[in-house]
Design a protein around this ligand. Structure first.
Ligand SMILES: [Mg+2]
Length: 217
């Protein structure tokens, strides 16, 4: 089961269970996170290394090259979300793709974010022209997707940049089609392809066409 905070948001959702469902991440899929987080780190004397798909262990002191302990990385992430959630810039093509898909499917944004920034995330998305329901989660996404889809009769597609969240959804929801949206070229080099994905892409037009095919639209 997802955390109570996530569960409450899912139980409040009103979605048409007879239509296909597209569950879409936000950071690095719909809005840029890494570029802004790097600028935030830079202003504090740190930089982001791209040894692996993780923040922990990859935030380093500019002077010493030492990596920051986990609690300081978390503090940097919290500072970034507090300052920038309302203003994160759009990834090209996301709005056109999701709003076009909403003619054929229900859309739910499933985003991992500290709960106190939920309203700012909604306002950021609405400012970009995205009015789809937002569910804020913490931890693995598989349990949240399972709760979201357990009574869903039509096809389900999940889109995320995180290999671990994709793996979690794959484990808990074997029928769900998975799209790995990975648009940062530095991360593309360190993330191995996962054979159980339906698609790995860096571009929304390709993701859009693939979802249309998956949902038979
Ligand atoms: Mg993400």
């Amino acid at each position: 089961m997802p955390q109570p905070f996530t569960r409450a948001q899912i139980e409040e959702l009103v979605i048409d269970r007879s239509r296909p469902l597209v569950i879409c991440d936000v950071d690095e899929v719909v809005v840029h996170f890494i570029e802004g987080f790097e600028a935030h780190l830079e202003s504090n004397g740190y930089w982001l290394d791209f040894e692996s798909f993780a923040l922990n262990g990859n935030v380093r002191h500019r002077q010493t090259g030492e990596s920051l302990p986990g609690e300081l990385v978390s503090a940097q992430v919290m500072e970034f979300f507090a300052a920038r959630t309302r203003h994160q810039p759009l990834i090209p093509g996301a709005v056109e793709a999701l709003n076009s898909l909403s003619d054929h499917a229900e859309i739910v944004m499933l985003t991992n974010l500290p709960g106190e920034f939920r309203q700012e995330r909604i306002e950021n998305l609405m400012g970009h022209g995205l009015h789809h329901p937002v569910v804020v989660n913490s931890g693995p996404k598989g349990p949240a997707v399972r709760l979201l889809t357990e009574t869903h009769a039509a096809p389900v597609v999940f889109i995320d940049d995180s290999p671990s969240y994709l793996a979690s959804v794959y484990e808990h929801n074997p029928d769900c089609k998975l799209i790995h949206f990975l648009q940062d070229e530095r991360l593309q080099k360190v993330v191995e392809p996962m054979p159980w994905l339906s698609l790995r892409t860096a571009h929304w037009p390709e993701a859009h066409a693939h979802v249309m095919e998956l949902i038979g639209a």
